[in-house]
Design a protein around this ligand. Structure first.
Ligand code: RIB
Ligand code: CA
Length: 310
C-alpha cells in the first residue's frame, strides 16, 4: 500500500532533490505539491515546482497550489545567496514540449491540504520542507480538516545544535516562528527532522564524481548543475565541500522511518524579536513531538543515490 503524501515546499535546490526522491520512490503516492514563501519568493517557488515536475515527468500528475507569499507576521526572508537568483542554482531544465506536469488547483495551498486530508482521513502524510506558514493557515482555517492528517513530517529547527541562518535558528523556523509555534502546539502527530540530524547526511565531491556523474541522465545532470558542482575544481558553489540533504532526508524518513532514531520531547519556538528569534527551546510539557537525532547515513545515501536513476 503506497503512503499518500503532500509535499509543502519552498523550491530551492534541496527541495528539488526531495521532489525527485519522492517521485522516484514506489513507496509513496504524491497527491499534491504546495508552494510557500521561503528560499525564494512564492512566485518563483511555484515556477520552480513546475520546472522540477517537467524534469521528473511523473506518471501521475499531482495537484499543485500556491500558498503564502509571506510569513504570518513580519517580512519575508529569502536565501538567494545559497539557492541562487532562480532558486535552482541556475540549473537549466529542458521543459520539453507541453508543460502541465502538475494540475493547478485554483484555491490556496492550505485548502488543498485540508481538502485531500478530508478525502483520505487518517491516511495522508504531510511533509513540510519549507517555512510552516501554509500549515499554520490550515490550522487557522480548517483545524478539523488538519486533524484528519495521519502525520506531519517537518524539516526544521536546530534543537541541540547551532542554527544555519543565525547561530540559534534554522531557516524554515526563522522565516515564520509564529507559524511554527502554532504547528508544534496544535497536537498534530509530528515528526521533526532538525539540523541535528540533517547535518549528518550530505553529498561531497567523491560522491558526485563516483556515484552521481556516471548516472549521466537528465536528473544527475540537474543535480550537478543545481549544486553548482565544478567538475574541474571538485567543489560545490562558493567553494563548499559539502551539500547537506536537509529536505531529501525528510522524504527518506517517510519512506523508511527505521532510518532514524527519535526522541519524544516537548518544544517551543522563540517568537520574541531579538537574537533568539526562531530558536527551538526544549521545555517540560505534555505536547510532545518525535525529534530525529540520529540517522543511518550510509543507508540513506544509498537510498537517495540509487533513486536518481531513471
Ligand atoms: O535550513 C534548511 C531548510 O531551509 C531547507 O528546507 C532548505 O530548503 C531551506 O528551506
Ligand atoms: Ca526547503
Amino acid at each position: 500500500m503506497k503512503k499518500k503524501v503532500i509535499i509543502d515546499c519552498d523550491v530551492g535546490v534541496d527541495d528539488a532533490l526531495a521532489l525527485i526522491l519522492a517521485f522516484h520512490s514506489p513507496e509513496l503516492e504524491v497527491k499534491a505539491i504546495t508552494g510557500v514563501n521561503g528560499n525564494v519568493p512564492l512566485d518563483l517557488v511555484f515556477i520552480n515546482i513546475q520546472k522540477v515536475l517537467s524534469l521528473i515527468r511523473p506518471g501521475q500528475r499531482p495537484l499543485i497550489a500556491r500558498g503564502a507569499d509571506r510569513p504570518l507576521k513580519g517580512k519575508p526572508v529569502y536565501a538567494h545567496s545559497f539557492h541562487g537568483a532562480d532558486g535552482l542554482g541556475g540549473a537549466k531544465i529542458d521543459r520539453g514540449e507541453g508543460g502541465g506536469w502538475g494540475q493547478i488547483f485554483p484555491g490556496p495551498a492550505h485548502e488543498l491540504i485540508t481538502g485531500i486530508a478530508r478525502q483520505h482521513p487518517g491516511e495522508l502524510t504531510l511533509m513540510a520542507i519549507g517555512p510552516l506558514t501554509n500549515i499554520a493557515l490550515g490550522l487557522q482555517k480548517d483545524p478539523e480538516g488538519m486533524r484528519k492528517l495521519k502525520e506531519v513530517v517537518i524539516m526544521g529547527g536546530a534543537v541541540r545544535t547551532k542554527g544555519n541562518i543565525t547561530p540559534r535558528a534554522e531557516f524554515n523556523i526563522f522565516v515564520d516562528p509564529l507559524a511554527a509555534q502554532m504547528v508544534f502546539e496544535a497536537g498534530l502527530p509530528i515528526t521533526l527532522a532538525p539540523l541535528d540530524v540533517t547535518h549528518q547526511v550530505f553529498l561531497n565531491p567523491q560522491l558526485l564524481e563516483e556515484r552521481v556523474r556516471p548516472i549521466n541522465n537528465s536528473i544527475s545532470r540537474f543535480v550537478i548543475d543545481s549544486l553548482g558542482y565544478d567538475l574541474a575544481r571538485h567543489r560545490f558553489r562558493q567553494g563548499r565541500e559539502k551539500f547537506h540533504l536537509h529536505d531529501p532526508l525528510t522524504v527518506g524518513v517517510v519512506i523508511n522511518p527505521a532510518l532514524v532514531e527519535k526522541e519524544k520531547i516537548a518544544i517551543q519556538v522563540e517568537t520574541q524579536e531579538g537574537e533568539c528569534w526562531g530558536k527551538i527551546i526544549e521545555i517540560s510539557g505534555d505536547q510532545k513531538v518525535e525529534v530525529c537525532f540520529k540517522v543511518d547515513s550510509p543507508k540513506f545515501l544509498e537510498l537517495f543515490l540509487s533513486r536518481l536513476e531513471d
